[in-house]
Design a protein around this ligand. Sequence first.
Ligand SMILES: Cc1cc2nc3c(=O)[nH]c(=O)nc-3n(C[C@H](O)[C@H](O)[C@H](O)COP(=O)(O)O)c2cc1C
Length: 159
Amino acid sequence: MPEIRKAIKIPLIAAGGIIDGKGIAEMLRMGANGVQMATRFVLSDECTVSRKFKELYLKAEKDDVVIIKSPVGLPGRAIRNKFIKAVENDEVELYPDCDGCLKNCHRDYCILHALNNAQQGDIDNGVVFAGENVYKIKDILPVKEIFSRLVSEVKAEPA
Ligand SMILES: Cc1cc2nc3c(=O)[nH]c(=O)nc-3n(C[C@H](O)[C@H](O)[C@H](O)COP(=O)(O)O)c2cc1C
């Protein structure tokens, strides 16, 4: 990170696995100008994913988070559920309503359909993206409370 900070003149935003103020402070000390956080905010009252999606997060253990390839070949971290196992075993059937929306899609599964399924609670037929430290978060909180904790935790860290 310090090398990247020196090499570029634009703001440097650190992302991936940051779940608390300690993590934010560490990134700032290393030269980041800010952070991007996703997983911590999925486990908020306000996040509109289904209750089952959040429950899968809360139940997740370290080894449940795996790197998958999207149908366009991009890697992403997801919780290894029934659907991911089926993709790994080549058991997912071609999505019947596929309209070829993405030209470079391998069509091994429909990511749009799978993400919608997970968001709406059909977890067994969905992709549940999650950060690598999801297993460390064990509560669903209001966003206001998450921010207030993050601020106090950053303040408690050395600059
Ligand atoms: C539920 C979820 C959905 C995401 N969707 C996208 C996406 O559509 N495009 C993208 O570039 N990154 C996506 N990400 C990655 C985040 O933007 C972010 O860079 C990364 O997850 C940060 O790590 P964290 O989740 O450990 O905080 C997603 C992450 C999560 C957890």
